[in-house]
Every structure is written in structure tokens, then in C-alpha cells.
Design a protein around this ligand. Structure first.
Ligand code: G4P
Length: 530
């Protein structure tokens, strides 16, 4: 305790969320330009592979034995030690993408200025809101024609239900992008696209009081428009309020162009000034303080090794308090065992780096012989507490699954149950029958292929998947509801999870609304409690 407080306090751990192609990877690359990357992992290098088709993806997983779909980058900038958690998108979108957000203390939301709020952002955003973590918005691609700035802000407010506070304001867009106005310093920072891919170009800072200089740089028309907009903005937008930002009620908004590296450092500086040190985390004995408490961590992701020759798994944990020392004994609370964590490593896409120490805020991956489950707590042997569990996130694709060879029933049930325990898929049963009929739910369709592949390769069971038309699942919050009496729309399906909790499947939003209307007091949730 104590003397490594500085190490912890300089840490900032955040996730980047966006819809595919908004510029998450490009922005991350640019962040790294500003910091000496300590542990360069994954997302940048892995980007080319992130777009592989399913079959290639399997090959990659097999070769590397570790997922290319998740990574952490660690770099230092301005005295901070920054951990960026990448949230896999595209085809790889899965429940893990959501779980990654459980390990972050804040989120950066990247939005394409010509597209506005898109589907995947919306989904990930909901998880951030549930956790009340601060959300920072970077509106990207200002070097391309963008939607009207006020409209973009309005969309964020309406679609996502969060107030916005622009920290800077764009002047023009596309070919006539002139730069941004930084509200705090009352300066215009001019855009220059001279050094693509390297550090920020020769931006000039002009106080708006220097009107002549400003006109010279951005022209009379843009200057007049800017002055009008500043006035509008000061009157209409939410006031800067750090408390609201840190509570996740208000999102600071930045404009820039990751590709041409404009607005990235401005973002980084403001962002670091507004984010928090690693946050305390709730356990059954109360809040655990990152600095005051000894080492503790929780498992937020388990990655099965796709390589048959090495049937190990990697458990990823977020350190919540204290200092992790690879040589020290720790306790796996749920397993009731004292142990040394085996091969602790920094998570990387194509490399593993063995670590000797790490601090609250950091993420480590450890070899898992099959003992850890998602949400498990690891702490010092003398301690006894459990961190709050990680919720189950709503799958969006469902299929009925059957084994082809009926003689292999046992392996099938064992395999599918184990894969579900790792959290790659969720399994459900018909509401009033047993294990005969199994329904699989996944967040991203790729998981269906992963399931099929793994059952064949690891458990020697061939399966047949029959897609079901459902797109929405809801957990029933009120335990007293009698499922037999519950009436929904004709296309609604009643199911239960492995613990016997009742759930409902719906084809569309309309059916959800109708079902709530028809059953007085029924409370449905998009998140399941573990
Ligand atoms: P993602 O990780 O969110 O999926 O997005 P990524 O960074 O891969 O960016 C998607 C595409 O958008 C890339 O082009 C990238 O170069 C481009 N891009 C990112 N930021 C900006 C920006 O500020 N302005 C402009 N004009 N484009 C931007 P691509 O052609 O799909 O890929 P690549 O071949 O360039 O890698």
C-alpha cells in the first residue's frame, strides 16, 4: 500500500466505442503518436486482420491461439499512463465487446461526422450509460463534408439521451474545413493537412479578438458564421460541468479529423484533464479503493484457445486495487483457492508479454486451466470479498441447435454448456421442457460459427443450427409474474436460462410494447443479472 499510489493515480483506462469505419483505429493510431507506446498491442497491427472473412478469422485464431479481436494498448503521455481498451466491431462484435466496457473507467465515442449516431454506437452507449461512466465524444472526419453541427449534437442528445457540451467547434467541413474554435481559450486553431499521418500539422492559434488575422486565415464569411454560432452555442448548449461529465450525464464533444491528425492532441489534453484516476469498484463489502486496498481484480473476459494443441484459456482481468506482483500468492474467491497467477501477461493480439507487475487500472491476461468464470474476484489471501457481477447482455440472434449424431448427446451437452460458461454464447431452453431443445443466443453472428467449429473440433460433435426469427430478448424483472398466465403477442416465445430464470423472445419492438401493455406491472430488462 501507499508508495505506489503515484503509479495508480497516473493511470487512465478507457474504451473506444464506435460504429465500424467511424475511425476508431485511426484515432487510436494517432493517440500513439503522442505517447511513447509502452506496450503496443493489437488493435493497430491487428486492423488488417479484423476485416477477414469468417474462415480466415478461424485460421488466425488457430494460428495465434489467442483472439485477434480484443486488445489493450498502453502508452504514456504527459505524465499519464493510458490504457486503451479496444472494443471489437465488424463481424467480431460479440458479448465480449460489451464486457470490455465493464473494465473501463470511461469511454470515447467516435462518430463519423457525415453519418451521425449509428447502430453499433447506440448499443455500446447503452452499456456505458448503465455504468454511469463518463463518455467523451469525438466527431471525426471533418475533412469530409459533414452534417450540420447543431444537427449532429441534437441527434446525440435525442438518440442517446445525453446532454452535450462542445469543447471545440468546427469551422466549415470537407474541402472548406478551416479548423476549430476552442471555447475555453477563445482561440481558433486553424486546420492544416500538411503532415498526414504524422504529428499535428502547422496549426496556428488565433485569439478571436484578433479579427483581422482571423479573417486572413478563415475568410470573412466563415468568421461571420463562427461569431453567429458562438453566440447561439453560448446561449443554447449545456454548460461545462465536470461533475455531470464524470457522472456520465453530459458528454464533452470534440471535432477533428483523425486521418489528417487534426484535433487529436487537443482532444487528448482536454480528455486527460477531465477523466478520473482508476475508479473504486463495488464489492459485497462496499467500495474497494484502488489506492488504499491491496491487490484485487475481477475477470471480465475469458478467451478460449482455438488451438487444439494448447487447450488452455486466457482469463482477462482488470486490476481494481493495489499492485499486482507476479510472484505473490493471491486468492481466487469463487474457487476458494490460494494460488499464483500463471503467466500473467499484457493482452496483445499477436504477442504475449510476460509481466512482473501491474497496477490498479491495468488489464492482465492469465493462463486459465478452466477455473475462472466471468465476474470472478481475485484478491489477497487474507481478504474475503466479491466484486459485483457482470450482467448478461442481450443476444440479438437466435438459433435452435441439435446434434446430428443422437448418440453423442452427452458430449454435446457438455460442450455447449462449457462454451456457454466461458460466455461466448448464451443457451436457453424451451420454457416447459428440459435440455432436449436448446436455443442458442449470440450478440454477433460470428459466434454461431465459433460454436459450430469448437463443438466439432474440441468435442467431436457435429451440430445443425436452425435460425430463429427473434431479435430481442428480455429478462423478466418481477419474480412474482406467473409465466403461464403471461399473455404476449402470438410471435412471442417463453424460454428459460440454465438457472431457470424466465425470459421472453420477441421478433420486434412492437411485440415488446404490446406485451408490456397486456400484462399489468410487467417489468422487462435488457440486461440479465448473474
Ligand atoms: P474503425 O476502426 O472505426 O472501423 O475505422 P478506421 O479507423 O479503420 O477508419 C475507417 C476508414 O475511414 C479508413 O479508410 C480510414 O482511413 C478512414 N478515416 C478515418 N478517419 C478519417 C478522417 O478523419 N477523415 C477521413 N477522410 N477518413 C478517415 P479506409 O479506406 O476504409 O481504410 P484504409 O484503407 O485507409 O485503411
Amino acid at each position: 500500500m501507499g508508495n505506489y499510489a503515484d503509479e495508480i493515480n497516473k493511470r487512465r483506462t478507457f474504451a473506444i466505442i464506435s460504429h465500424p469505419d467511424a475511425g476508431k483505429t485511426t484515432l487510436t493510431e494517432k493517440f500513439l503518436l503522442y505517447g511513447g507506446a509502452i506496450n503496443l498491442a493489437g488493435s493497430v497491427k491487428g486492423k488488417a486482420t479484423a476485416r477477414h472473412a469468417v474462415s480466415d478469422w478461424m485460421e488466425i485464431e488457430k494460428e495465434r491461439g489467442i483472439s485477434v479481436t480484443s486488445s489493450v494498448l498502453q502508452f504514456e503521455y504527459d505524465g499519464f499512463c493510458i490504457n486503451i481498451l479496444d472494443t471489437p466491431g465488424h463481424q467480431d462484435f460479440s458479448e465480449d465487446t460489451y464486457r470490455t466496457l465493464m473494465a473501463a473507467d470511461s469511454a470515447v465515442m467516435v462518430i463519423d461526422a457525415s453519418k451521425g449516431v449509428e447502430a453499433q454506437t447506440r448499443k455500446l452507449f447503452k452499456v456505458c450509460v448503465m455504468r454511469h461512466i463518463p463518455i467523451f465524444t469525438f466527431i471525426n472526419k471533418m475533412d469530409r463534408d459533414a452534417n450540420d453541427t447543431f444537427t449532429l449534437l441534437d441527434e446525440i442528445e435525442k438518440e442517446l439521451g445525453i446532454a452535450t457540451c462542445p469543447i471545440n467547434w468546427p469551422i466549415g467541413s470537407g474541402k472548406s474545413f478551416k479548423g476549430v474554435y476552442e471555447r475555453e481559450s477563445k482561440c481558433v486553431i486553424t486546420y492544416s493537412d500538411t503532415e498526414k499521418g504524422t504529428k499535428e500539422g502547422h496549426a496556428t492559434r488565433i485569439p478571436i479578438g484578433e479579427e483581422n488575422v482571423l479573417t486572413e486565415h478563415i475568410g470573412e464569411e466563415y468568421k461571420a458564421q463562427l461569431f453567429d454560432e458562438i453566440e447561439l452555442l453560448d446561449g443554447a448548449s449545456a454548460e461545462y460541468d465536470l461533475e455531470r461529465i464524470q457522472a456520465g450525464d453530459l458528454t464533452p464533444v470534440f471535432f477533428g479529423s483523425a486521418l489528417t491528425n487534426f484535433g487529436v492532441e487537443i482532444f487528448l489534453k482536454h480528455f486527460l484533464a477531465m477523466t478520473t484516476t482508476p475508479l473504486p469498484r463495488r464489492a459485497d463489502i462496499g467500495l474497494i479503493d484502488p489506492v488504499e486496498n491491496d491487490f484485487s481484480a475481477f475477470v471480465f473476459k475469458i478467451q478460449a484457445n482455438m488451438n487444439k494443441a494448447h487447450r488452455d484459456r486466457v482469463a482477462f482481468m482488470r486490476i481494481c486495487s493495489g499492485r499486482f506482483d507476479a510472484g505473490a500468492e493471491v486468492k481466487h474467491v469463487q474457487g476458494g483457492k490460494v494460488m499464483r497467477l500463471s503467466q500473467p501477461q499484457q493482452i496483445m493480439a499477436d504477442e504475449r508479454k510476460i509481466l512482473n507487475e501491474a497496477y490498479a487500472g491495468d488489464i492482465i491476461g492469465v493462463f486459465d486451466p478452466g477455473i475462472f468464470s466471468i465476474g470472478d474476484t481475485i484478491c489477497m489471501p487474507k481478504e474475503q470479498f466479491e466484486y459485483e457481477g457482470i450482467p448478461t447482455f442481450a443476444p440479438e440472434h437466435f438459433a435452435r441447435v441439435r446434434q446430428i449424431d443422437t448418440m453423442k448427446r452427452k458430449q454435446f451437452v457438455k460442450g455447449i454448456t462449457q462454451i456457454a460458461q466461458e460466455g461466448a454464447i448464451q443457451i436457453f431452453q424451451e420454457y416447459n421442457t428440459g435440455m432436449e431443445e436448446i436455443i442458442v443466443g449470440v450478440v454477433g453472428v460470428l459466434q454461431f460459427d465459433v460454436l459450430k467449429y469448437r463443438l466439432e473440433n474440441e468435442y467431436n460433435v457435429e451440430i445443425k443450427l436452425e435460425n430463429l426469427p427473434y431479435e430481442h430478448i428480455r429478462w423478466i424483472e418481477n419474480k412474482e409474474i406467473d409465466l403461464d398466465k403471461l399473455t404476449g403477442t402470438s410471435d412471442m416465445k417463453k424460454i428459460k436460462d440454465l438457472k431457470g430464470n424466465p425470459l421472453l423472445l420477441f421478433v420486434n419492438q412492437w411485440s415488446i410494447g404490446m406485451t408490456i401493455e397486456r400484462n399489468d406491472g410487467l417489468e422487462l430488462s435488457e440486461f440479465g443479472r448473474n
